[in-house]
Each structure stands twice: as structure tokens, then as C-alpha cells.
Design a protein around this ligand. Structure first.
Ligand SMILES: [Zn+2]
Ligand SMILES: [Zn+2]
Length: 192
């Protein structure tokens, strides 16, 4: 064994795992080595000193630090994008709901018009009257002073002692004689 003390610059590490001290020539082999010395276990001639390994470790640690920073920045930008997408979806869902409500209202109107046209074509008494005079819209009003009331298009307000239009067999407006077209708030959308 050499008297020279080992330090990180004089200790060679072979990829095979063997550790050799540069101050002790007995640690190395020479047989067939192009550079003069080789690892006695595996014949490899390229060694790395502990100092070089330490430097590599330091570089690797630095790179890990950068990668962590990149990851944090990336996570943040992903979060920002996710929030933007969520907000966009909410806006679109609200627009869709509004469009659906408008569409439903339109469909109801079309259905009512179709029924009117069917009545006219069928030549029923109601249809004939509708054709001749049209309809009078009776809009249901929230109960006032305990009474249910309807505001007629022709300018009159009607109440029944009990029940609604159908219960009382009301088909024609009592003032203008046209066919009653009943509108109740719960059957109409807010756009009416
Ligand atoms: Zn070796
Ligand atoms: Zn009327």
C-alpha cells in the first residue's frame, strides 16, 4: 500500500465498480493495455475520478432544479388554460340554454298556429269563427284579492266564481265574441 493519502482527485472509479488509487500501481493491470494501464477486473482503460463524478452529480442536480422550475411554469400555464376552457364552456352552456328556451317558445307558438290553421281547414264552427274574426287573447293574471282573473286583449278583465276557462266552458270572449286564446304564465316563457 502507498503512503500517499487518497483524495477525490486520485481515486479512479471503473464502470465495472472497482475503485483504484492512482498512488498505488498494484491497483492497476498492464497486460494488453494500449494506454499502459487497465482495470484488473474488466480490462477497461477509461476511469473516472471521484472529483469528476462529484462534478457530474452537481450538474445533474442543477438540471433537476431547472426541470422542476419548467414543470412548475408548465403546470401554471396548464391551470390558466384549463380555467379559460372552463369559463368558455360555461358561457356556451348558458348561450345554449337561452337558445333552447327561445326555441321551445318558438315551437309552442308554431304548434298553436298549426292548431288554428287545422281548425280553419277542418271547417269546425270554431275554425270558421277564427277565420272570420281571429282570436282574443286572455292572459291569466296572478290571483288578486283571492280571485283568479284574465285580462282580455279587447280590454276587459274577467273572473270566474270557481275554476278556469275550461271548467266554465268559456270558448268565446264575452266582450268581442272572438275565440279565446288563453295564455297562462306557467305555459309561456319569459320572452312572451
Ligand atoms: Zn473494471
Ligand atoms: Zn275579447
Amino acid at each position: 500500500m502507498s503512503e500517499e493519502r487518497m483524495n477525490i482527485t486520485t481515486v479512479d472509479v471503473c464502470p465495472c465498480g472497482l475503485v483504484m488509487h492512482q498512488g498505488d500501481e498494484d491497483d492497476y493491470d498492464t497486460g494488453g493495455a494500449e494506454s499502459g494501464i487497465c482495470c484488473p477486473d474488466c480490462g477497461n482503460e477509461k476511469f473516472t475520478t471521484v472529483q469528476q463524478l462529484q462534478a457530474e452529480l452537481h450538474t445533474t442536480a442543477k438540471q433537476i432544479g431547472w426541470l422542476k422550475g419548467d414543470k412548475a411554469r408548465l403546470s401554471k400555464s396548464i391551470q390558466v388554460r384549463d380555467n379559460a376552457i372552463t369559463a368558455l364552456i360555461e358561457v356556451h352552456e348558458a348561450e345554449l340554454a337561452t337558445a333552447n328556451a327561445e326555441n321551445e317558445h318558438l315551437c309552442n307558438t308554431i304548434d298553436a298556429t298549426r292548431q288554428d290553421m287545422a281548425d280553419m281547414r277542418a271547417g269546425t264552427p270554431e275554425g270558421k269563427l277564427l277565420e272570420a274574426k281571429g282570436t282574443c287573447t286572455w292572459r291569466f293574471r296572478e290571483p288578486f284579492d283571492g280571485d283568479e282573473a284574465w285580462d282580455a286583449e279587447c280590454g276587459a278583465t274577467w273572473t270566474f266564481i270557481e275554476g278556469g276557462l275550461k271548467d266554465n266552458g268559456a270558448v268565446f270572449c264575452l266582450k268581442c265574441g272572438r275565440l279565446i286564446k288563453e295564455i297562462r304564465p306557467d305555459k309561456e316563457s319569459d320572452h312572451e
